[in-house]
Design a protein around this ligand. Sequence first.
Ligand SMILES: [Zn+2]
Ligand SMILES: [Zn+2]
Length: 731
Amino acid sequence: MSDDENLIRVAVAVPHAEGFDYVWAGAGERPAVGSRVRVPFGRGERVGIVIEHPATTKLARAKIRPCDSTIDAGPIIATELLDILRFAADYYHHPIGEVVKHALPASLRGGRALAATRDTAWRLTDLGREQARAPSARLGIRQGAVLMALANETSVGARELSRRGAARAFLKRLAKRGFVEAFELADAPPRRSVSRPQGLELTSDQATALEALEAEAEGFAAFLLHGVTGSGKTEIFLRLIEKVLERGRQTLLLVPEIGLTPQLVGRLRERFGDALVVLHSALTPRERAVAWGEAQSGEAMLVVGTRSAVFAPLPHAGLVIVDEEHDPSYKQQDGFRYSARDLAVARARRLGVRVVLASATPSLESLQNVSSGRYRLLRLPRRIGAAGPPAFRLIDLQKHATRQGLSTPLLASIDAHLGRGNQVLLFINRRGFAPALFCPQCNTAEECDRCDARMTVHARTGSILCHHCGSERALRWACPRCGTERIGVGAGTERVTDELRSLYPERRIERLDSDVTSRRGALAAVLENVARGDTSILVGTQMLTKGHDFPRVTLVGVLNADQGLFGTDFRRNERLAQTIVQVAGRAGRRDQPGEVVIQTHFPEHPLLRSLLDQDYTAFAELALEERRRASWPPFSHLAVWRAEATQRQRVFEFLTKLRDHATGQNVAVRVLGPAPASMERSRGRYRGQLLFECGERNALHTLVTAMLEELRQWRETRRVRWAIDIDPAEL
Ligand SMILES: [Zn+2]
Ligand SMILES: [Zn+2]
């Protein structure tokens, strides 16, 4: 133990639970908490963030290394953001350095300066103006276009130019030739103008919800906005954001995926223009740094982003919204396993602002938070302008055979809807041609070498593919063992599409799955063809559920509801109900109600009955009651230890030892397992898990902390890869 007035605690991105202590040896005061420093680390040097000015350290005086190099003049991470990062590190039991690393754009982690934001602008020089009036030099098409853009306006911000497609390279070439010059815009005020389409009236449900939200405009309050599909949730977001913007405050809007929902970002861009920045994983490091910098400087009044945007800087926060709050993608499934939805609530509380969780199919956790009084429920029970809710129909597959996944009654419905000039959506949660390649002679299906999984047949690419690890082999119909012609068993999107094309050769039938959308621009093209009415039938996976607006669809078919009915994960029913309700929400239009046809072998299953005879709320009540009886979340708290190794025995030895140490330490915590993971072998590694379950969160966390401390002494940890997953999304 040593005391020093000049101690700093620094988060460095290494797998170490806490920060590292140094003594400040540079000129002047200790660097501020939240600023970056360069510290000696091992034999090299690292960039870290000062997270604390501690009074004492556990290190011996002689062991404290000096640090004398700062990068920033002041904090680049505000105290509030640092607070939530530390909270997240504690709560998810993840090293603080790794958590901080997750929150910062790569260029800042590397020690570069905060990226210049839209302070930089470009204008023509005298020479450039002459060139624009009477061209004397020969310019390429792109350089010419940039020059003309600048000639028509006195100056244009770098950001705006890049949006118009002017690459930096062209600007630099023009600058080199003396035609343009860059200059600093002196504190350009952020654009706060808002353009709202004329004559857009709120429904009475919308108005009531908005009023309730506005009544709590100051301070922390949590709302669950349960609005059926098409009830106008987005318009409520837009009005709220507008009001927050008028007060000069920022909004953070989290969405599960940005690529799949171009319509939402389009609407936001239309309404808020330049005040909006988007943060997601497909940005280049530079784009990310710029967007982050604009949120940080307060120029960006609206930050829209996926999971990690929950850590965006928000110096003037006024509102946090989590759209599609039930979506499992808010939980990170590897590394730093946090829930962006849960952290959004925790952050809003610290910021002292409202948080709105919205969904057509709220998670059972959030509904329980309404029951316990933590969240306030706002409902939008009616669709705007639609003829009414869709009618559900179950088709019993024990009575009706299917051909390539399609039963006769479903085909009859498809015929009827197409005959009336409408469109059809078919949902099947399997991409590819067939989920198994089966030899009737050997009685076996081809399996992946590295996973406990069957290879999926992809006829288009002539390959078989493991959907878990991505292993790929050429498709050969002849069995390698006996030479018999093998068969593709079951149906995926490719096969269903093929079948429909042969049944309706004159119609346009398209597919929407990740095989299609991996081609650049393909998603937009598919969505456009449906929106224009050119596509008669769209066959797709989970992607169909992602909030698309298809105005002429009147029939939705769910081809294999049974996949979600049985299994070991306690959330399977909830996920299935959410999928069915979300995909069903695409059916129906102004003048004709929609129809939803579900194919199942279990038409009497209570889950399907509650959903169909009543609605999602009725299902949720039933499902919550089941969870309460089985004491699953939200009526208990879970932590899962996940372990994997190339040898099965090592995984189980490790988890068994962990169990033996944990058992009896706290009677409130139930220790269950070890058990194999739902797919035991994946990517050539064996996987197992040990479950901690407890009614009180604190007892659970105390035990996890104790076990982590214990694990530090173990040699086994070198031979197995392990992780702790708090509030797991999947078991
Ligand atoms: Zn065979
Ligand atoms: Zn595999």
